[in-house]
Design a protein around this ligand. Sequence first.
Ligand code: AMO
Length: 447
Amino acid sequence: MVKEKKSKEVSNYDIDTTKRTYIKDAFSKSGEIELYGWVHDTRDLSKIRFLVLRDITGRLQVVGIKGETSDDIFEKMHDVSRESVVKIKGTLKDSKQAPGGKELNPTEIEIISVAEQPLPIDVSDHSKTELPKRLDFRFLDLHRERAQAIFKVNNTLLQAYREFMEKEGAFEAIFPSIIGASSEGGTEVYPVQYFEKKALLSQSCQLYKQMLACSMEKVYAVFPVWRAEKHNTIRHLNESRQYDFEMAFADDKIVMDVLARCVQHMVKKVLEKHSKELEMYDVKIKVPDVKYLTFHEVAELMKKHNCHVGKDDLSPESERKLGELYPDTIVFVHDWPLSGKPFYIMPSDKKGPNGEQLSKGFDAIYKGMEISSGGQRIHIPELLTQRFKAKGMKVENFKDYIDSFRYGAPIHAGWGMGVERMTMLILGLPNIREAVLFPRDRDRLTP
Ligand code: AMO
């Protein structure tokens, strides 16, 4: 019976939203306004009923008083289920108790879409629903302001990255995601049947950004990458995105400086725009300082602190230690052993303490985690061929890439930085999956 009654109250499809006011603008308006949003909460004190309306810009308290508010509206304020979509007309009046100092006297409530009950997850501000369940119902999880806050910050980071790159004079590029050969080496690739041929989902835009930097000089991209890594960790995804940068006539030192300034700009923008979101996550951030250490210096430092450093790579433990030793700092670990870097990284003339060949590759550690790696690249076809062979890779698969350096290739360098990792670290999120709308990991392909 109740259902039938509700369905009659639901509007038809003909909804005119041209007179809509967003909640953030409502507080400064006089006269009757028209609002659209979700029913965030309702409270019934028998003679007074409260309904909190929410849209992407904020929340507003709506108050119905028995005898004053029309019976139809008063009844709807009781019947309408949480997260239902409504249109509400009314006028604002001052109220000391109401959040924001104002509340709405409704003159019309129209139910546009009923939210079925019970909701499959708790969407209240202090929801205790565990992450896997929230991700199963991600579309509903995104009704929560806490989830929305992550993507508002992510959006600012993206815009700040683009803004920084444009000021640097870099060109935004769009690269292919289906590629013929592994762009990072290794076997962690997703095969794709491409008509009669075998292709791969891109592990990075590495080869393309290098080829482009050799003509356009400074290029950047926000690029999706796929890595068929089998392990499930709190900091890895199988589908992630990178902020990529590549620059001609540059070595590792020049691009480390670009990365440092870029991250500083991105953090500055978050600080300017997101005090509410940072408070919501109880994080205090600063525009980071910069520290440069060689791989060898880090190894010595880790020995002193009884941390296992790793041979060609830094262990998560040593990354965490660097975060502790250098808080609010981007730590560049450079002069990396060549054996720990991909085929495209330029070897250096320097040798490590045990005679090992070093490279012009680096990693950047921020808040105890690798956010980026990069370096100077090999622009000499013969040396590149040699490196492919040394890594046991098939030179013939990379003919186009190697040949691109035969006709006037400048020295060049660049880096890639994890989009989700940055957002995760800025907000101190415990799991990288929080920072992805629809994460792809070993066990998750839907929604
Ligand atoms: P790399 O593989 O180190 O380098 O990736 C660069 C940055 O991307 C992020 N990242 C990831 N984030 C989540 N899940 C993953 N599986 C994942 N893999 C990488 C990290 C990492 O520091 N082409 C080079 C970059 C370059 O030299 O320009 C590359 O892809 O934050």
